[in-house]
Design a protein around this ligand. Structure first.
Ligand code: AR6
Length: 175
C-alpha cells in the first residue's frame, strides 16, 4: 500500500493530478493559506461555483471544478479549529480525510493531492494531524482499488520531515 502514498515538498496548486484537496472554511468563499493560493491559481470562476455550493460543515467535503488549475477538480473540505483537543477535533479531522477520499473515488479520480489540513491557521498540532492523515488514508486504501496515488504535498521542511517520519513508522509496524 505504501507505494500508493507519496510525500513531497511543494505547492499543491502546481500538482498535475485529477483532484486536489482544499483546506477551506465553512463558507467556502476563500481565505488565506492554501485556500487563498488555490483560489488565486484557479481564477474567479472557482469562487462563483463555491458560492453556489453554499458552504460546507466541518468534517465534510464538497466538489468543484479546477478551472485554471492543472487539477480537474477541487475537493473542498473543512478541518476543525484546534481548541485543545477535547472538542472532537481528531474525529473531525479523520472525517475530512475519509470524506475527501470518498469524494475522489466518486469523481473517478485516480490521483489526488492533499495539503496538511488544519495545521496552519486552524492550529492543529502537526504530528497528531499527520498521524490521522496517514492512518485514515491507509485504512481507506485497504478497501479501495481505484485510487492509484495519494500525494501529501508538504509546505516546507518541517511538514515534509514529519510526514516521512510518521509514514516510516507505519510501514515498519506493518505485518
Ligand atoms: N500548497 C501546499 N500547502 C500549503 C500551501 C500550498 N500552496 N499554502 C499553505 N500550505 P492553512 P487550515 C499549508 O492555514 O489550517 C484559510 O484561511 C500550510 O503550511 O492553509 O486548515 C481557510 O479559508 C499548512 O501546513 O489551512 C480557513 O479559514 C497547511 O497548508 C483556514 O485558513 C494548512 O494551512 C483553514 O486553516
Amino acid at each position: 500500500m505504501e507505494e500508493r502514498i507519496t510525500i513531497i515538498e511543494g505547492d499543491i496548486t502546481k500538482q498535475e493530478v485529477d483532484a486536489i484537496v482544499n483546506a477551506a472554511n465553512n463558507s467556502l468563499l476563500g481565505g488565506g493559506g492554501v485556500d487563498g493560493a488555490i483560489h488565486r491559481a484557479a481564477g474567479p470562476e472557482l469562487l462563483e461555483e463555491t458560492r453556489q455550493i453554499g458552504g460546507c460543515p466541518t468534517g465534510e467535503a464538497r466538489v468543484s471544478k479546477g478551472y485554471r488549475l492543472p487539477a480537474k477538480w477541487v475537493i473542498h473540505t473543512v478541518g476543525p479549529i484546534w481548541r485543545g483537543g477535547n472538542r472532537n477535533e481528531e474525529q473531525l479531522l479523520a472525517s475530512c480525510y475519509r470524506n475527501s477520499l470518498k469524494a475522489a473515488v466518486d469523481l473517478g479520480a485516480k490521483t489526488v493531492a492533499f495539503p496538511s489540513i488544519s495545521t496552519g491557521a486552524y492550529g492543529f498540532p502537526l504530528e497528531r494531524a499527520t498521524e490521522i492523515a496517514l492512518r485514515e488514508t491507509r485504512k481507506f486504501l485497504e478497501g479501495d482499488q481505484t485510487l492509484e496515488k495519494v500525494i501529501f504535498v508538504c509546505f516546507g521542511d518541517r511538514a515534509l520531515n514529519t510526514y516521512k517520519e510518521i509514514l516510516g513508522r507505519f510501514s515498519d509496524s506493518a505485518e
